[in-house]
Design a protein around this ligand. Sequence first.
Ligand SMILES: Nc1ncnc2c1ncn2[C@@H]1O[C@H](COP(=O)(O)OP(=O)(O)O)[C@@H](O)[C@H]1O
Ligand SMILES: O=P(O)(O)OC[C@H]1O[C@](O)(COP(=O)(O)O)[C@@H](O)[C@@H]1O
Ligand SMILES: [Mg+2]
Length: 557
Amino acid sequence: MGRFPFFGTKHDMPYIDGHLSLSLSVPCIFSTMGPAISPRLLLPATTSDRVSFHATIRSGVDRPNVIRIFKRNPYAAASAEMKAAVDFGDPDWKDKYEHEFEKRFNIPHMTDFFSDAESYPSTFCLRMRTPVSEDFAQGYPSDEEWQGYIDTNDRVLLKVIRFSSPRSAGAECIDPDCTWVEQWIHRAGPREKIFFKPENVKAAIVTCGGLCPGLNDVIRQIVITLEIYGVKKIVGVPFGYRGFGKEFAEIPLTRKVVQNVHLSGGSLLGVSRGGPNVTEIVDSMQERGINMLFVLGGNGTHAGANAVHNECRKRGFKVAVVGVPKTIDNDILLMDKTFGFDTAVEEAQRAINSAYIEAHSAYRGVGVVKLMGRSSGFIAMQAALASGQIDICLIPEVPFELHGPHGVLKHLKYLLETKGSAVICVAEGAGQNFVEKTNAKDASGNVVYGDIGVHIQQEIKKYFKEIGDPADVKYIDPTYMIRACRANASDGILCTVLGQNAVHGAFGGYSGITVGICNTHYVYLPIPEVISYPRTVDPNSRMWHRCLTSTGQPDFI
Ligand SMILES: Nc1ncnc2c1ncn2[C@@H]1O[C@H](COP(=O)(O)OP(=O)(O)O)[C@@H](O)[C@H]1O
Ligand SMILES: O=P(O)(O)OC[C@H]1O[C@](O)(COP(=O)(O)O)[C@@H](O)[C@@H]1O
Ligand SMILES: [Mg+2]
């Protein structure tokens, strides 16, 4: 089969060792995708634990045979760690696996840490005709007959497809027979017993990282729900974790304050990156008497929230720390999507449509749109799918060449000759091998990337000038526009449910958890499970294949 140069990010490389010869010996499937593409050799992913092979075989002397290696879907990789410990020869392996999974996805509870943790009948009661009384002198307004509580033993299935074969598209199998294994996670919602007396609660909300549509919607719902439980002391911590510094004053929050905040984008509380360390944050919480903390943020923020949770446990400080995953990048593991993502994709349509109109109206017009997505191309992929106006979608997970016979520029030339115009959508983290490394990091330690959008725009101009063909290139960078806007209706609903569930989780006595949507149901997850690495687009997923089908783009390798 000739020579097999390997392509992949540094991140992929550790998974390659030792799997190649095994995987190449297994049966393969041939399929063709998109115009002008060679057959693809798709090898069953499960045979090589964490990688899937995606081989493009082309004949011709100019081009060596190529095998590209992609990291598997992150969750598949996560379960690979569990798989490694499984002895499939053991007749009870499935039961043991399910049991181990249950343990891993257990959500930390007050009673795990405090033997004296007391519970009370819930004060969350939707049959109230009047607001909860000031001092609870008459007792709590509970209603034990109400059928609105979630049984703590309720579970939601994490994986809902029963794959019959490891060869089935996107199959995630645990054993070579693709045995059906049940993976249950905790159902979110109000519990009948609560572990905080509302009059003893001081709740704080903090929003960290970059902006995201829907932050205000979540803040609003948290405040409203806390008030329904009877909490009177609710504050906002300004400017992310930085707000725990002494120089910042808390922002008092009430239903009245938050009533209309969801009508605008941004965060009522402000956001920031960087800030004090965990010890300082917990010191500040103790000084301020905060015993319920709602943390809205992405991977970094959740790492912080989990560290705060652990530090509180270490100090014997009875606090509920509950996260609400926020990121337009949609790079959090295990959930259907994060809030704000849908809105960002919708907002991106305006930029794509403008790029299309500009390109289509010009003589040999090319529109280039750069969209956010630091390490994952979800926004670019979904925006391309939604618009139907993208000819080339470039994401960080899929390597590509700009120059050469199979490069993006050659295909662009083909598009201008056949269609007359073309639109490219590129995620900010894509093609970083082409741009100069800045070595810069932001205040949170995230790498600051070089501008791939500007680079592509310049390369297109240079290329067409060199070959003497006209091309009218228009570049649009809607970066901050797609995340500074107000949440759309679907995100508005998601934020509402997540905000309410965050409060139910805290009152239910859980801490070190985050809320999410999984197979359309709402769940609680232990924080470490959702942040072990950023979720990325699986190049062998049905969704990426659908995107390729829609754009009609070939491989650019
Ligand atoms: N590993 C970590 N442990 C503790 N705090 C962290 C960690 N990573 C990031 N943070 C803090 O979380 C906040 C947000 O992180 P950042 O990466 O900027 O955004 P996001 O949470 O959206 O990923 C920052 O204030 C940062 O200091
Ligand atoms: O310019 P900023 O505020 O650092 O934000 C840029 C980053 O924000 C992001 O949308 C991710 O933000 P989060 O880390 O807050 O999820 C990335 O796509 C982008 O790299
Ligand atoms: Mg982040």
